[in-house]
Design a protein around this ligand. Structure first.
Ligand code: GFB
Length: 310
């Protein structure tokens, strides 16, 4: 799909990931008037009528609007995370199909994978078991949208694709301690400990789990490449292909912030999924995506963005 002439709806286009996707669309020469970014205050996409309004006249839908947060937020709000993400996706995809939208890009999450997926996660193991409990309501809501995409392709010939995105990080992320993911949470905690002269910082869990992280600008690049080149209903991993323990992550961020205090582990908080590492070869094969930003570069850019706010 040549995006330059297309009318494009980017739900969540004013958000963390969405703002980078929109910027890359502009960089590709797509005129501002061709990109529609519905704001939550005007269009709550949990309601069918709003979904029908925002898809009108659109040729490509990139659906990034989501109710999302870290492991603490998932523990606290499993019902809202399940309902909001399921209903938005289901209603929007149905409205898009009925409105004659040419292509629908749905961004899912690797937390839809089974809790103990063989590492590295391969797409063929997507259905081999139940997701890790803390993430399951959100992960399964997102997983249903991959089922909807495949069913709509089969019955209607609707071109809906699904990306399984790994943990994102980067500038403009959510740094609110109540709902943030681990990287912004640790940057903020360690930065504040340093500023206040505290000699320790508290980190959740045991430090033993591992995660893979994808820098937000690389994710935006991958989503746009898939929108241009991938036209099959089978979900594709979108990641960077490296694994780091939370313990090593905390030390790395402390090092980058020159924090020399103690890292204390709060084992009363959940670890979540034990290991995450993706096989990222399918995205490269299907639409030429390879994450370019090294982890140190991405962390430095994120830290610089955050510390420059003060
Ligand atoms: O990033 P995170 O909140 O979510 O937690 P998930 C990742 C790991 O970091 C967990 C540990 O083992 C946490 O215990 N951690 C340590 C912390 N300190 C902290 C802290 O201060 N804050 C947070 N938040 N974590 C996400 C889902 O799961 O995976 C999202 O919550 C999404 O919805 C994403 O699906 C892909 O990585 O466990």
């Amino acid at each position: 799909m040549n995006l330059v002439e297309k009318k494009i709806l980017v739900t969540g286009g004013a958000g963390f990931l969405g703002s980078f996707v929109v910027e890359k669309l502009f960089e590709k020469g797509i005129p501002k008037e061709n990109i529609f970014i519905p704001r939550l205050k005007d269009f709550d996409l949990r309601y069918r009528a709003n979904c029908q309004k925002v898809v009108k006249g659109q040729e490509l839908v990139i659906h990034l609007a989501a109710n999302v947060g870290g492991i603490g937020y998932n523990q606290e709000k499993p019902a809202e995370l399940f309902y909001d993400n399921l209903i938005m996706g289901v209603e929007l995809m149905e409205a898009a199909r009925r409105a004659g939208v040419e292509k629908f890009v749905s961004v899912g999450s690797i937390c839809s994978y089974p809790k103990f997926t063989p590492v590295p996660f391969r797409e063929e193991n997507f259905w081999a078991g139940y997701p890790e409990e803390t993430n399951a309501p959100y992960g399964l809501a997102k997983k249903m949208l991959t089922v909807q995409a495949a069913a709509y392709c089969q019955q209607y010939g609707f071109n809906a694709i699904s990306l399984l995105q790994v943990n994102l990080y980067g500038p403009r992320d959510n740094f609110n301690p109540q709902s943030s993911h681990v990287i912004p949470a640790l940057i903020r905690k360690i930065y504040e400990a340093k500023k206040s002269g505290s000699d320790y910082v508290e980190v959740w869990g045991t430090g033993r789990p591992t995660r893979e992280f994808l820098y937000v600008e690389d994710a935006a690049e991958g989503i746009i490449l898939a929108a241009e080149k991938y036209n099959k209903p089978e979900p594709v991993n979108l990641g960077s292909g490296f694994e780091i323990s939370i313990k090593d992550l905390a030390s790395k961020i402390a090092g980058l912030l020159d924090f020399k205090g103690e890292i204390r582990w709060d084992a009363s908080k959940p670890d979540g999924q034990p290991r995450r590492l993706l096989d990222v070869s399918k995205a490269e094969k299907e639409f030429g995506f390879i994450a370019k930003t090294t982890f140190d570069e991405g962390l430095k850019k994120t830290i610089d963005w955050y510390t420059s706010l003060f």
